[in-house]
Design a protein around this ligand. Structure first.
Ligand code: NAD
Length: 321
């Protein structure tokens, strides 16, 4: 029974990963600063699903604060799943400093913790946004990632480079996971699925950017959790010991088709207002998962036709919509 540190444990993916680790018998030390970027009540509600578990301990702490290394050093952790971050492409145009603090200082503090404790494996969240507006699809891990479209993407790419240096210098086994548009129960209210579901349920209009010419590799949260646990259990043996994988669904869906499935599940028509492309955004994402399947056995099993109804069940229940 391993003791795993999960940063961002009150977040969408962090809470889901923590739940899965507890279910398989691991101990989880959760850390989160309950950042007010979006509704803190939702973060607290996620934590309430974890805190009754006897093997879950929570630290309300900021990972960008170096003193957190002292706080966590005595907790007996053997691996770190680092998911805490300032997410969101669009908000990085409003508050760039929040990204530098959480994603670069916070990431470095976690690498220093990994170094101090000589932990067995450091698994961290990167993002499909590192591919920028690459034209070659699907996006493969070997493709160029040196032209980010947003500061968020730049911090995620910087995290990969910082990690490479730590893996080289201190021989810490590290795995970076480039997540592709994750959706599902307990999702993020700043992302399209909840924004759209709320507006459709209330009979309000939704903005569809790039006049509907948007494609996303939407990935159901359970498939992401499965990929994170598979990665955790398979530290890289390369030299330096650092691997990066895509975790996507390997299917690029037109945004208007995703909206169509949401309409079906909600039993209501969307009022779509076509809008231009937003600065920092990319028109399409599509994950090549061949390397993730070969090395991790990762095989997503949830098409949007199955994932959206499950998301909507949770949405109706949580928001009483
Ligand atoms: N959801 C997606 O589609 C997606 C896609 C690509 C990458 N990612 C990455 O996956 C990770 C998890 O994303 P998520 O969707 O669960 O986001 P989330 O915002 O729901 O979770 C992140 C959590 O980190 C916490 N946090 C932020 N700054 C912190 C700090 N300085 N100290 C401690 N805690 C802090 C927040 O309070 C939040 O609970 C992030 O690294 C994100 O960049 C997510």
């Amino acid at each position: 029974m391993a003791k795993i540190l999960v940063t961002g444990a009150a977040g969408f993916i962090g809470a889901a990963v923590s739940r899965a680790l507890l279910a398989r018998g691991d101990h989880v030390i959760g850390v989160d600063n309950l950042s007010p970027y979006y509704d803190v009540a939702l973060k607290q509600a996620r934590l309430q699903t974890l805190s009754p578990h006897k093997d879950f301990t929570f630290h309300h702490a900021d990972i960008a604060d170096k003193s957190v290394i002292g706080t966590l050093a005595g907790t007996g952790i053997s691996a770190i799943i680092h998911l805490a971050a300032q997410p969101g492409v669009r908000y990085s145009l409003e508050d760039p400093f929040a990204y530098v603090t959480a994603n670069m200082m916070g990431h470095t503090v976690m690498l220093e913790l990994a170094r101090a404790l000589k932990i067995a494996h450091f698994v961290y969240a990167s993002s499909s946004s590192v591919y920028g507006a690459n034209k070659k699809t699907p996006f493969a891990v070997g493709d160029a990632v040196d032209h980010p479209n947003s500061l968020y993407a730049a911090t995620k790419r910087a995290d990969e480079l910082f990690t490479q240096a730590y893996a080289h210098l201190y021989v810490i086994p590290c795995t970076g996971l480039r997540f592709f548009t994750v959706y599902g129960p307990w999702g993020r209210p700043d992302m399209a699925p909840i924004l759209f579901a709320k507006a459709i349920a209330a009979g309000e209009p939704i903005k569809v950017f790039n006049h509907g010419e948007m494609w996303r590799d939407f990935t159901y949260v359970d498939d992401i959790v499965d990929g994170v646990l598979r990665a955790l259990d398979r530290p890289p043996a390369s030299s330096p010991p650092h691997a990066v994988y895509n975790l996507g669904n390997n299917k690029s869906e037109k945004l208007t088709d995703f909206i169509g499935d949401l309409e079906k599940a909600l039993g209501k028509k969307a009022q779509m207002v076509m809008a231009p492309m937003q600065p920092g955004d990319v028109p399409a994402t599509w994950a090549d998962i061949d390397a993730s399947t070969a090395a991790l056995g990762y095989k997503p099993t949830t098409p949007i036709s199955a994932g959206i109804p499950k998301f909507v069940d949770w949405f109706r229940d949580y928001y009483r919509a």
